[in-house]
Design a protein around this ligand. Structure first.
Ligand code: PGA
Length: 246
């Protein structure tokens, strides 16, 4: 079973910084990461540069943080799935809570983007997760199940899909890292609903070297989706080594 370990850089890094990160990664022997599937998700501006540094035989998959559901057209400020694929993306991250909160991403647009990503043969990485009040009320499982059903509505073959459960209250510098006991019920439910049907179910939200292994020990967790702790390449490589050595 492949363990996915990846990072989104969010809105960080100049081209020089992106190339430097990719160079260090490319110079590290990937034999150390047997059984892992590493991936990095740079901002759209750096996709091509990172792709060129990593090269065509890199074991590190590359992703985009967002893509529109139409292939082309009058959609100012957006990029399409064919465009990010052209720049080297193999994964499209869809529905991160920051996009749902600040950029009006809805279950409906998430669903359209999943369909577009699959249509072009890329891997949709669909992010779901409940806000703090839903967690406090004990309704996380219902909330997250519904989000995933909406995201994959009318998807006939979800085998390429990656899911990432990222409780909003656990994300970012103001987040509270989740304990394994906080997330077990959601993973059990997602595994019941989608285990074996999708490519993998990842966890994200304040993952770092101190909690990575205990989170991977939760039943149904197939990988980690990391933000801050992997924004420096040493942090990412450290996590890959840690997970590979477990
Ligand atoms: P974080 O971000 O690891 O910095 O909390 C996680 C995410 O948003 O995926």
């Amino acid at each position: 079973m492949t363990t996915w370990v990846g990072t989104s850089w969010k809105m960080n890094k100049t081209l020089d910084q992106a190339r430097e990160y990719a160079r260090t990664l490319a110079a590290t022997d990937p034999g150390r990461w047997r059984g892992l599937q590493p991936f990095i998700i740079p901002p759209a501006t750096a996709l091509l540069a990172v792709n060129e540094v990593l090269g065509p035989r890199s074991p590190v998959l590359l992703g985009a943080q967002n893509a529109h559901w139409e292939d082309a057209g009058a959609w100012t400020g957006e990029v399409s799935v064919p465009q990010v694929a052209d720049a080297g993306a193999q994964i499209v991250e869809i529905g991160h809570s920051e996009r749902r909160q600040h950029f009006a991403e809805t279950d409906e647009t998430v669903n359209l983007k999943v369909a577009a990503t699959l249509r072009h043969g890329l891997i949709p990485l669909v992010c779901v997760g409940e806000p703090a009040d839903v967690f406090a009320s004990g309704a996380s499982v219902t909330y997250v199940r519904r989000q995933v059903r909406a995201a994959l509505d009318a998807v006939r073959d979800p085998r390429a899909v990656l899911l990432a459960y990222e409780p909003i209250w656990a994300i970012g510098s103001r987040g509270r890292p989740a304990a394994p006991s906080d997330i077990g019920a959601v993973f059990a439910a997602l595994h019941d609903d989608w285990g074996g049907a999708v490519r993998g179910i990842l966890y994200g939200g304040s993952v770092d070297a101190s909690n990575a292994l205990s989170i991977l020990g939760v039943d149904g967790v197939d990988g980690l989706f990391v933000g801050r702790a992997a924004w420096e390449v040493d942090g990412f490589i450290g996590l890959l080594d840690l997970v590979a050595g477990r």
